[in-house]
Design a protein around this ligand. Structure first.
Ligand SMILES: [Zn+2]
Length: 493
């Protein structure tokens, strides 16, 4: 039994001014073809889960192509066509398959297709025909569409934020597809999309109200006909019509029940909407709270510069504010390839240089620092623990450490790497527990890395292309009315 395996995985921040091009996938080192995909074999990722299922259920997985890169702006039409046509050609060449499994994100947007993941499923379904079982596994930030549901047999979604169950949900997706091939089950899927989106600071599934919504959704499993229940939080930084929360229920050959249950869990989440509208403290409030806590380290989440959601990785807003109010002892990364180049040959010497704030106008002005260039590192590191999304291989590019005269430690990187692993600090010989304050660029994704060491984690409402306050953005394509934008007018029943 042969299953085709492929995927294009992208979280598209349509507010980002830099479009995503083919070269971004190439440069990320994650444009993998054929056997190259097998390096993800034992990773705690969706593809790792697909492989585990292939062993347990004894089907052969034929790796075709997998492309992913960090979030940026809208994917150009040319890039999308190049990626999808290669996958479709490979399906044709290496097929026919007994089933197809795709690792998609669910929040990809191209210039031509706002529902890019839906378009991928449409083209794959057209090619393989209506009979071949077809499953997709999505990120919990997916903006799931009706089109994805119509074109697939199994649409499964991570059920944890931070994402620690990519392999588990990937496994489940593959298992259900396998059982569909065996005609053990006849999946029927339904989706509900109430008009609501959630501020990212409330996405953590270990905290209320998401915790209760997940718990409520799990109760549906007491019905034997329920095969899968997915709560998707949605990705609010995609200004598209299908942006928002969604609820997918798959039953065994019982569409009415799938509809009833997806509606039931959607209504429960809707009843919690006002609890999902809380805001994070300002940078100044967060810094003042951090210095009041004696135990090290306090981790401040720079929500506005959420690298994992497409930000520039070089925001200086927190550093400027810290300097203004006299807070130091900060350890943080900053993306600045230009500064890295200037520092690389000056290890051990003093330097005065402007760093950060160079990508665009949203993330603060460059900040002038004086300090000693302490160390150079080539940037590649691995994390063998459980990280957000199951990432194992990281590459910060050429990296230097500067200890500043005002007692901050800045790690300048030449690639945008999310702060989802603390292995970067260890690779640089830095022990993060020695620092009073660590700034992590993200909101939820750095948590698994920092929770074991942080005395407290505080998410800040910092400005930027991923600011948590959604009122900062000018949406043109989202549905209206929608919660929390039009709080009183948004209706659902
Ligand atoms: Zn996500």
């Amino acid at each position: 039994m042969r299953f085709g395996l492929a995927g294009i995985n992208h979280e598209t921040n349509t507010f980002h001014s830099i479009p995503t091009k083919y070269e971004n996938f190439e440069k990320s080192g994650m444009l993998l073809r054929g056997k190259e995909i097998e390096k993800l074999y034992d990773s705690p990722s969706t593809i790792g889960g697909f492989y585990k299922a292939s062993q347990d259920f004894d089907f052969e997985l034929i790796p075709l192509m997998f492309a992913t890169t960090g979030p940026l702006g809208t994917i150009t039409s040319e890039t999308f066509e190049k990626l999808i046509s290669e996958i479709l050609e490979m399906i044709e060449e290496k097929g026919p398959f007994d089933a197809v499994l795709l690792n998609l994100h669910g929040a990809a947007v191209s210039e031509e297709f706002h529902d890019m993941d839906g378009e991928i499923t449409r083209r794959v379904r057209d090619l393989i025909g209506p009979e071949v079982p077809f499953g997709i596994n999505l990120d919990m930030h997916a903006n799931v569409s009706e089109q994805m549901i119509l074109n697939t047999d199994i649409t499964n979604v991570y059920q944890t934020t931070p994402h620690l169950d990519a392999d588990e949900t990937g496994y489940k997706c593959a298992e259900l597809v396998y059982k569909t091939v065996q005609k053990e089950i006849f999946p029927t899927q339904s989706i509900e999309t109430p008009p609501m989106t959630i501020n990212i600071v409330n996405h953590n599934t270990n905290q209320e109200p998401m915790k209760s919504i997940l718990a409520e959704s799990r109760k549906l499993y007491s019905d034997d006909e329920v095969l899968s229940v997915s709560v998707a939080e949605g990705y609010p930084y995609s200004d598209i019509k299908k942006m928002g929360m969604s609820f997918v229920v798959i039953t065994n050959n019982n569409m009415n029940k799938a509809k009833e249950y997806s509606k039931k869990i959607a209504k429960y989440a809707w009843s919690k909407r006002f609890e999902m509208d809380s805001q994070a403290p300002s940078i100044e409030e967060g810094l003042r709270e951090a210095v009041s806590i004696r135990e090290k380290p306090v981790v401040l989440m720079d929500s506005g510069d959420n690298i994992g959601a497409g930000s520039s990785a070089d925001s200086t807003h927190i550093l400027h504010k810290a300097r203004e109010i006299g807070v130091s002892g900060i350890l943080q990364t900053l993306y600045d390839p230009e500064a890295v180049e200037k520092c690389m040959n000056r290890i051990g010497s003093m330097i005065t240089i402007k760093v950060g704030g160079k990508s665009d106008s949203l993330h603060g002005d460059p900040i002038e620092i004086s300090g000693t260039v302490k160390k150079y590192f080539e940037g590649e590191f691995e994390d063998h623990g459980r990280t957000h999304g199951g990432t194992k291989y990281f590459d910060a590019g050429d990296t230097v450490v500067i200890e500043t005269e005002d007692e901050n430690t800045l790690i300048l990187t030449s690639k945008r790497v999310g702060n989802t692993s603390i292995e970067l600090y260890y690779s640089l010989g830095l022990n993060p527990i020695n620092y009073p304050i660590i700034v992590a660029k993200g909101v939820q994704s750095p948590r698994p890395a920092f929770e074991p060491i942080a005395s407290k984690i505080i998410a800040l409402d910092s400005p930027g292309v991923t600011a948590s306050g959604l009122h900062n953005f000018n949406f043109e394509n989202r549905i209206k009315p929608m919660f929390p934008f039009e709080k009183e007018d948004a209706l659902y029943d």
